[in-house]
Design a protein. Structure first.
Length: 335
């Protein structure tokens, strides 16, 4: 009870330990890498890779955390966003080849907006046709959404062809910044900035806006929110569409990161996404962020130190985290 006689409600303290794992991992591997310049290059590359993975996974985290929907078809929106970007950027070749950072960024952002719009529209149809009939039925959700992804991949092959398509970086984003002996690729700096911006917008929307409050309240007690006159179904559709749009954005970023796209890229990234979501805690946006950074850093460090173990590093990380915290780094308490 405070000085005014009111009962003081204790505030939950924030758990900094999972967040501290990111710098701890980076610093712990510095002695093994040896060269500070090589370590800096690998660290920035790992952070950029992690933030791209976060953008891709954030949409699925949003859908599962707020709608309790296991969407194994998430990969089709990733591939769709990447292929839409190839068409948009191919039509803006003059801007892509211009020695102007402003024009290059303009072309990329236009491609991202178009990819997000197309992925959102397809996500709306995906939710109405495939997901809506199986709300609350996880096994059926897995089977139906996986089938939807297979069909989506085949439709992508019909439109763009089955072959790999190049997605080169624009003129001014090629090459690297040189900091002493360290080389940091220019595109990875842009990827870090976009990933942090997406994280900031998501956290602000979910925790500081009325829409975020309504969606979170609808997950906890749908009947109560509907009794107040709000249509939770519409809010949930908006969440699914937003998650699909974020997957489209992540597909553009991943395609530019790899500098090529294939119809199967979404399915290939899907495994990595679910590892990140499990590490972070199912449905946790902040957990997804930390998990993605850990996966990106460890993949780059392991690829440099022990290349043969790089493919298994993410699974080993997931096992280690689950042995420590079985519900993930930042578990959603209501689940």
């Amino acid at each position: 009870m405070n000085s005014t006689g009111e009962i003081a409600i204790p505030k939950a303290s924030f758990d900094w330990l999972p967040l501290a794992l990111v710098p701890l991992l980076a610093l712990a591997l510095l002695p093994f890498i040896g060269s500070p310049s090589t370590w800096l290059t690998l660290t920035v590359a790992g952070l950029a890779m992690g933030l791209i993975i976060f953008v891709i996974a954030s949409g699925l985290t949003l859908v599962f955390g707020l709608m309790d929907v296991l969407n194994f078809g998430h990969g089709v929106f990733i591939a769709l966003g990447a292929f839409v970007a190839t068409s948009v950027l191919g039509g803006m070749s003059a801007w892509m080849g211009a020695p102007s950072l402003l024009l290059n960024l303009g072309a990329i952002f236009v491609a991202m907006l178009v990819a997000m719009s197309v992925a959102a529209a397809v996500g709306l149809a995906f939710e109405r046709v495939l997901v809506r009939p199986v709300y609350g039925q996880h096994l059926k959700q897995i089977l139906i959404t996986m089938g939807g992804m297979i069909i989506g991949e085949e439709l992508i092959k019909v439109i763009w062809g089955p072959q790999q398509i190049a997605l080169p970086l624009p003129e001014t984003l090629r090459g690297a910044f040189l900091w002493g002996d360290a080389a940091v690729e220019k595109y990875r700096v842009l990827a870090v900035a976009i990933g942090l911006a997406v994280l900031g917008v998501m956290l602000y929307t979910l925790n500081r806006t009325k829409i975020g409050l309504l969606v979170r309240a609808g997950v906890q007690d749908r009947e109560m929110v509907e009794s107040l006159g709000y249509r939770i179904r519409r809010l949930f559709i908006g969440v699914f569409v937003t998650g699909s749009a974020l997957a489209g954005l992540g597909g553009v970023m991943w395609g530019l990161y790899q500098q090529n796209v294939t119809p199967q890229m979404g399915a290939q990234v899907n495994v990595l996404i679910f590892i990140v979501i499990i590490i972070g805690g199912l449905g946790s946006t902040l957990g997804c962020f930390v998990g993605a950074l850990l996966v990106g850093l460890l993949a780059n460090y392991t690829g440099f130190l022990i290349p043969k173990l790089a493919l298994f590093s993410n699974i080993a990380l997931m096992v280690a985290v689950l042995l420590w915290r079985p519900q993930g780094l930042y578990p959603v308490t209501s689940r």
